[in-house]
Design a protein around this ligand. Structure first.
Ligand SMILES: *Cc1c(COP(=O)(O)O)cnc(C)c1O
Length: 325
């Protein structure tokens, strides 16, 4: 394993299932659609941050931390998984969330509260600046706080997705299949960067396409190349990544981060009604909506095998009654 020398705690239920989507494949007339179920990683409703946190929490424990601090949107899946991981290891947790406190705690926010996290609202302040301030205040009070970066996306967190790529390739080999394409939502970049490192190190020959959820392609590709190069170096693999090594589609940004439009709503309803599979309103709903649009534009041949990497987030559904409009 590429990651075996890195400290790691065991939180996720691994390997996550790898499943075909036969009814949707038939309905769309190909390509052959499959899904990697990282919505089933098993930590307080799961998701992609759990794999990152296996490495981040191990580092926090090694440093003697007593508190995890992180930041995100009000419905951050990352914040909720960090709160759950903290509880699991007897650590305190402070979440710095963007904006003002909403009138009701629904979805991920409900879970943050149940999991015992303290929540600080940024108001008008810049999220990552407020995070650093809160961390500093806590250090001043003698807390040994460990700052989990935005989205868990640094070389330590991205290591979780280097391991995930190896996991997928072992599963695919056992089933005797090859994926021509892997499609996933991409935002802070740790997931796509980690997959790219694992793919290059293991000689995966298919394509990886990140569907951007919030950034334009250029800035996201720059983030991805920097993070992938740093992750490879952290793992002792001599590899350099360039922006153009990353395929990013930024044609589905719609109304911006977290805004549900027809693309997301139709994809969520289609997957629910054709396969009994739940997508989330912010990331996988948008990315799968984009994938369906790309299929309609004949980007993939009908015989090609396309894997959608389900990164989780379904707890966010329970804050969104507008999905039925
Ligand atoms: C955080 C998140 C992503 C994006 O992953 P990055 O590693 O930040 O690019 C995708 N899907 C869900 C459900 C997430 O919570």
């Amino acid at each position: 394993m590429l990651t075996e020398r890195q400290p790691r705690v065991s939180i996720a239920h691994l390997p996550t299932p790898l499943e075909p989507l036969p009814r949707l494949t038939a309905r769309l007339g190909g390509p052959q659609l499959w899904v990697k179920r990282d919505d089933q990683t098993g930590l307080a409703t799961g998701g992609n941050k759990t794999r990152k946190l296996e490495f981040l929490v191990a580092q926090a424990l090694a440093q003697g931390a007593d508190t995890l601090i992180t930041c995100g949107a009000a419905q951050s899946n990352h914040a909720r998984q960090t709160a759950a991981a903290a509880a699991r290891f007897g650590l305190a947790c402070t979440l710095v969330l963007r904006g003002e406190e909403p009138p009701r705690s629904l979805g991920n926010l409900l879970l943050d509260r149940l999991l015992g996290a303290d929540v600080v609202w940024t108001g008008e302040a810049v999220l990552t600046e407020r995070l650093e301030e809160v961390a500093e205040e806590m250090r001043g009070k003698g807390r040994r706080s460990y700052v989990v970066p935005y989205g868990g996306s640094n070389p330590v967190g991205a290591t979780g997705y280097v391991a995930a790529m190896e996991e997928l390739l072992v599963q695919a080999a056992q089933m005797g299949i090859h994926f021509d394409h892997i499609v996933l939502p991409s935002s802070s970049g740790g997931t796509q960067a980690g997959l790219a490192v694992g793919a290059r190190a293991r000689g995966y020959t298919g394509h990886i396409l990140g569907i951007s959820v919030d950034l334009h392609a250029g800035p996201l590709q720059n983030t991805l190349s920097g993070l992938a190069t740093a992750t490879a170096s952290y793992l002792g693999l001599g590899m350099r990544f360039l922006a153009e090594d990353f395929a990013v589609e930024d044609g589905y940004l719609g109304g911006g981060y977290g805004v549900v439009g027809d693309l997301e709503r139709e994809a969520i309803q289609l997957l629910a009604r054709t396969e009994g599979l739940l997508l989330d309103p912010v990331y996988t709903g948008r990315a799968f909506g984009g994938l369906i649009d790309l299929i309609g534009r004949k980007i993939f041949a009908p015989h090609e095998r396309v894997l959608f990497w389900h990164t989780g987030g379904t707890a966010g559904l329970f804050a969104r009654t507008d999905l039925l409009e």
